[in-house]
Ligand binder design. Sequence first.
Ligand code: C5P
Length: 222
Amino acid sequence: GDVAVLVPAAGSGVRLGPGAPKALRLLGGEPLLVHAVRRVAAAPSVRVIVVAAPAAEVEAVRELLAAVAPVIVVAGGAERQDSVAAALAVVPADVAIVLVHDAARALTPPELVESVAAAVRGGHPAVIPALPVVDTIKEVGTGETVLGTVDRSVLRSVQTPQGFRHDVLAAAHRACLDAHTDDAGMVEKAGVPVVCVPGSELALKITRPLDLIIAEALLHVP
Ligand code: C5P
């Protein structure tokens, strides 16, 4: 394998309601992080998996994942971007491709990991899985007044894992001073072309209580 996958899992998950850190919430009796790591580890290209855990849970996460796959566990940071940087710092220099995932996308199939990695290997420096937007999107101003309707055909809903040439992601992190909600955002800012490949409905981000119910149902889809 020529791929490292970073799995930021240090978020608190406030939008999911009170309870354990999000990555440790149970889905079908197992933590989201276990589901995510198991599927990543099943992708043949993956050589290294680095998990960024909540600082207080590093040892517990190491024990939890020991039976799932060989992983490196580091302490995450205050923002997702800090957790990604902490995980990126321990990736061996000879790994050519780095994918950045979300523990919250627990049902992401190994095939999506492979297709993103393959597109990077094929020559794209930055690759993101994306789906068409289903809702009509409005831009609003003060008082929720609609300013206009955005042309939906040019919009994409973006998922993870996002894949990068190792040097491209490392350079973007070194250069980055402001906040980004995804890793490709940082790379775009650096002027690197980013290309979309088809995403997967199974890669949904488990964020709100309804998402857990949907994920629970998807677990039982054959
Ligand atoms: O908060 P958000 O939904 O964007 O989180 C996406 C992923 O980033 C989750 O897997 C979460 O655990 C992780 N995260 C992190 N460190 C943070 C915040 C979020 O690893 N400080």
